[in-house]
Design a binder for this molecule. Structure first.
Ligand code: CA
Length: 475
């Protein structure tokens, strides 16, 4: 008996040692910009083939109800790079493009995913769009990133030169983004480098080179690859445009070519992972930072169907995004996961995969480790409720199970049953007042835990409010 016990102890010790010796995964976070919910093959797009993204989806889990924490670019990024609702630290608008604006960016009080993984012994990289503040104190190299290649603003022209207009037919041109932000220099760390070729293609090449360069390192790596595509300006390579000649609308044709270029870049990275034998031990996330903008400023001819709304909305079309998690060594392949998850979960999931815990002295996270849920060990819903607040309290939304409650501006609150009405067309607020009241109260309680916006979005740093912050700062 004693021998059996000893043997069992020995076995446990051996298993523990084996687990400890298991190499920590590389972590790759790929973010598309303003990608429509229905604009990649794995989401059902018919007119834009995305074979590489589809292959990535087939190698892992597609989260059907995957959300971001804000329906526009910069606050969404502040959320997933900290694992916290970004309104907790006043981040509720896009920052000014102003290198002297010390408050317009990710507060230095916050710890980024790159900070945490670097402290855990990872080599950290970021490639592409930053958009977390133009002041030098917000530079990626000061926020945990060892190796940076990209541009610091919220968008960029795709080709060298100053022309960023695109023909939209009949001699008309679309609105341009030919401002300083979209023409800012490309940087390698802090050194300006020449623009060469098409930007999405270049970002993919840089990412593939990074993956290959670090393949034999004793340390694992983290790479944050933030494409600015398919955000405007609508510009694409001629060979990609030619592939989509059958799409009559030149804007949709250009958008399709841009999405296809993102897909091609992802293919280049997956090929680099395969060629260097790293695919099994790399945890990959793929999301869009917000829903597709269809009719508003920076509209890019994206499609969010069957969802209602678009970028800038708390309807599903603004906040529900394509959302993939793949890690062949640990997560089942070819599945869908139906429970609501949020981009805030990426950070704690990555830290758990890296066998590191966030410093308990640091602020609490809102995201949770998804690994027990995605591997099927925990069959409960990861989140009892998810919340959104926009524009300092102009709009709110709550998701609880299949219920979605929202209030936008001065409109009456609305309630939808997403299990029966994914398109948010039948308002049940009057029919189910008890549920509407419960979710309104939950939103109000959550709102009390947040901060007021620390910076606004007009050129003077104030807030653009349609109805007045004081009047509408509670749901
Ligand atoms: Ca965006």
């Amino acid at each position: 008996m004693r021998r059996l016990v000893s043997l069992s102890l020995l076995l446990s010790a051996a298993l523990a040692a084996a687990h400890a010796a298991e190499p920590r995964p590389n972590i790759l976070l790929i973010v598309a910009d303003d990608l429509g919910y229905n604009d990649v093959g794995f989401q059902g797009a018919r007119d834009i083939p995305t074979p590489h993204l589809d292959r990535l989806a087939a190698s892992g889990i597609r989260c059907t109800d995957g959300y971001v924490s804000y329906p526009v670019c910069s606050p969404s990024r502040a959320g997933f790079l900290t694992g916290r609702y970004q309104q907790r630290f006043g981040y509720e608008f896009n920052p000014k493009w102003d290198a002297t604006a010390v408050t317009h960016g990710l507060p230095l009080s916050e710890t980024t995913l790159a900070d945490s993984l670097r402290a855990a012994g990872y080599t950290t990289g970021a490639i592409g769009k930053w958009h977390l503040g133009a002041h030098p104190q917000f530079h990626p190299n000061r926020r945990g990133v060892d190796e940076y290649f990209g541009f610091l603003g919220g968008g960029h022209r795709y080709f060298p030169g100053s022309v960023v207009e695109v023909e939209i037919g009949a001699g008309k041109k679309a609105a341009t983004s030919g401002d300083a932000e979209h023409n800012s220099p490309l940087l390698r760390n802090s050194t300006e480098v020449p623009e060469v070729g098409e930007l999405t293609t270049r970002l993919g090449e840089e990412a593939a080179a990074s993956v290959t360069r670090h393949a034999r390192d004793p340390k694992p790596w983290f790479l944050y690859l933030a494409f600015n595509a398919p955000h405007t300006p609508l510009q694409a390579r001629a060979d990609q445009l030619a592939r989509f000649a059958a799409i009559p609308d030149v804007r949709r044709r250009t958008y399709a070519a841009m999405v296809a270029t993102v897909d091609e870049a992802v293919g280049r990275i997956l090929a680099a992972l395969d060629a260097t034998g790293q695919r099994e031990r790399t945890l990959i996330f793929f999301i869009s930072d917000n829903g597709g903008p269809m009719t508003k400023r920076n509209a890019n001819a994206s499609v969010n169907s069957p969802l209602r709304g678009q970028k800038g909305d708390v309807f599903e079309g603004g906040i529900r995004v394509p959302f993939l998690v793949a890690w062949p060594a640990r997560i089942p392949a070819g599945r869908t996961y139906p429970q609501p998850v949020i981009s805030l979960d990426i950070l704690p999931t990555a830290l758990a995969a890296a066998s590191t815990a966030r410093d308990a002295k640091l602020a609490a996270l809102d995201g949770i480790d998804l690994l027990p849920f995605l591997t099927g060990r925990n069959t409960a819903a990861p989140h009892a409720r998810l919340f959104w607040r926009m524009d300092g309290g102009e709009a709110f939304a709550v998701r609880e199970g299949n219920w979605k409650w929202l209030r936008t501006y001065q409109n009456a609150p609305q309630l939808y049953d997403l299990s029966a009405d994914l398109g948010e067309t039948r308002d049940l607020a009057s029919a189910r007042p008890e549920i509407a009241a419960r979710l309104a109260a939950a939103a109000a309680e959550w709102n009390r835990s947040l901060s007021a916006p620390a910076f606004g979005n007009n050129p003077f740093g104030g807030l653009i409010n349609r109805t007045g912050l004081e009047r509408s700062s509670a749901p």
